[in-house]
Design a protein around this ligand. Sequence first.
Ligand code: ADP
Length: 370
Amino acid sequence: MIDDEQGIREGSKRALSSQGYLVDTAENGDQGLEKIQQIDYDLVLLDVMMPGISGIDLIEKIHEVDPETVIIIITGYATVEMAVRAIKQGAYDFLTKPFSVDDLLLVVQQGLERRRLMLETKRLQMIEVEAKKLSEEKARLEELDRAKMQFIRLVTHELQAPIAAIQTYIKLILEGYVTPDKLQSTLEKCLERAEEQMTMIRDLLELGRAQVVEQRLSEGAIHLDEILNNLLDGLQNQAREKGLEFRVNIQENLPAVLGNAERFRSVWQNLIDNAIKYTNQGYVEVNLYAENGKVIGEVKDSGIGISEEDQQQLFREFFRAKNAKATQQPGTGLGLTIVKRIIEGMGGEIQVQSRLGEGSKFVFSVPAIT
Ligand code: ADP
């Protein structure tokens, strides 16, 4: 109860206390506000005309402390204009002086009921928000579960193929269907399929390591140009053996990025390997530069290209385009999945631009450390 008239303060306090309410009083706005900042009151009875800060101006300050505090304005003369102003400011009700104990109790009761409803509504809204969050999280986990199961089915299927082929070759040999002159080549085919399976298992292990969680554990400032430079000799030889021109443009003084150097080797290795593997004539070009707070890498080739339809699926596990399979080049379809996971784990992204029969360009960007 904030009122400069002692009689009204004391009288109201007595009337309300006798009903079991806990009442504090203040004789002016500043004193009242000080108390309100210390204790969370359910309801404030507020005189409009007081020396110092006016009741109307206090309304906003009280609501800054607790927007659900119910404020009842006490006024000596209630004008419509005053009522409109007070309600606009956020007051809930009026009490006109002089008022009876019954008037006071009624308006306080209604005010407290209002407060109870407001708090209840707020609580329900919070529960609703929480329930919505939980159901979204549940849906996300279910989706993840589905994706995992699908992945396991896919892996099992892919791992079965080479073993099934090896089994067939061995059965043919054991049952005497392979003539001595064909034995050598049949065993070589067995070996090829076994190697294919080894590569796939190696890639699967790498894919597991590329998971975001583990990557975060061993992150530091790394230099993508250094990692690339260390790989260049080997890759250059690979390109030369196929008669391809190999071009590298690295901008000087590149900023570092946050990541794991060992892991990032796979990005360069996979992208440039692919460019060489799927290009029969022309060039392979690697560009590395910084732009807008990002380090950007491009791997370009004049190779077989990727159809627009296949570009949509390129980063999916085990996906290999028809024209890539037709080249008879070995592959698991896991390389680009690994690359994407590593890049995204670093907060970056990767995209592809390509035209069938003309060549491809893979562009990735990762945030630079500033
Ligand atoms: P793979 O082991 O088959 O090379 P990747 O995951 O590295 O697996 O690549 C997936 C598929 O994307 C390839 O099989 C191929 O169809 C396509 N691809 C990737 N890089 C290139 C490229 N530079 N040129 C043409 N096709 C590419």
